[in-house]
Design a protein around this ligand. Structure first.
Ligand SMILES: [Zn+2]
Length: 329
């Protein structure tokens, strides 16, 4: 049974069986309806039109820097236990803004419009219940989301300790495909190098992007889920942790197969984030940043960021190449 609090928030429902409309069409309808009826969202998209962007060419790759003052709360979010316990969870149903509605997805999630968008479509797919962010337990949903959204959308995941602004509430994001530079860069030249193949799933590493990145490609959901779990187990062992290994994930389904990009992480924020005064760099790397779009709410950082700083940040927060030695299945 659908809880009454959830029922009030449903704009439409999608379960993949009875729907005549594809999910991406429903989402575009939601976006346009919410822009008309929810003022915060309208303002969020108006301020997105005013953001400045600048491309920085690094060694063998590029990043796009976006000066987006609206993202200050997300970039500076206090995501430690103290910060999380001291605030009402903004993804819980009883805390959603009055005007916010969503698409009930597979009877378990609400697809919501992000009121502080980074791109021209920016959705949050939040479980209706307050439960911890975890990929292992929810890889099947992640795969289904990519398939249901179709090839024009990319689905994102931030680990609870490296970018999720609500690490205590299970959620994914979706953005229109083609916004992250890596989506194109991995297919250029000989960048993707096959490491191994497991049950028909190709596991590769992407080279020359200034940060480590694994690419999983396959067309069978069970094999994709199992391979992903094996990769996670390797990362967990390498990171010497019982928790979920730090990582960001972006992926899409091109109509034939899945392509999942995993960014294994060594740390959440670079040292420069915590410096006092002029030396501070307000960039908090999460999946969008690892994908090549560096969002900063500060004009100073927008002006000052250059290839050396960007490469330094990536090098610092990314796990090192030693991980590949462990991928001998
Ligand atoms: Zn919550």
């Amino acid at each position: 049974m659908i809880p009454p609090l959830l029922d009030m928030k449903i704009y439409a429902a999608f379960d993949g069986r009875q729907n005549k409309k594809p999910l991406h069409e429903l989402c575009m309808e939601l976006l346009s309806e919410q822009k008309n009826t929810w003022q915060d969202l309208q303002q969020g998209y108006e301020s997105l039109e005013a953001v400045r962007v600048r491309d920085i060419t690094c060694s063998g790759f590029f990043v796009r820097v976006q000066h987006n003052p609206g993202r200050i709360r997300s970039t500076m979010a206090e995501v430690g236990e103290k910060g999380i316990n001291g605030r009402p969870c903004f993804l819980c149903l009883n805390n959603l803004p009055e005007g916010q509605k969503g698409i009930l997805y597979q009877e378990e999630y609400l697809i919501l419009c992000n009121p502080m968008p980074v791109f021209s479509g920016h959705l949050t797919i939040a479980h209706y219940d307050h439960q911890p962010q975890s990929m292992v337990a929810n890889i099947d949903t992640f795969l289904q989301l990519m398939k249901d959204f179709g090839s024009s959308w990319t689905v994102l995941y931030n680990g609870p300790k490296c970018g999720a602004s609500a690490p205590d509430h299970l959620h994914f994001q979706a953005i229109p495909s083609g916004n992250l530079p890596v989506e194109k860069e991995i297919f250029e030249g000989e960048r993707v190098v096959l490491i191994t193949e497991i049950d028909g799933v190709q596991v590769s590493r992407a080279e020359g992007l200034g940060r480590e990145m694994l690419v999983l490609e396959g067309d069978e959901p069970k094999a994709m889920a199992n391979t992903f779990k094996r990769i996670m187990a390797v990362l967990r062992e390498f990171s010497n942790t019982d928790d979920e290994p730090m990582m960001n994930v972006a992926g899409f389904h091109n109509g034939k197969k899945w392509c999942i990009m995993v960014f294994p992480r060594a740390k959440h924020r670079p040292d420069a984030f915590f410096r006092e005064g002029d030396g501070r760099v307000a960039v908090s790397p999460a999946v969008i940043e690892m994908g090549g779009v560096l969002v900063t709410p500060m004009e100073k950082d927008f002006e000052h960021l250059d290839a050396t700083i960007v490469e330094g940040i990536f090098g610092e927060v990314s796990l090192d190449r030693g991980i590949y030695d462990l991928f001998q299945f």
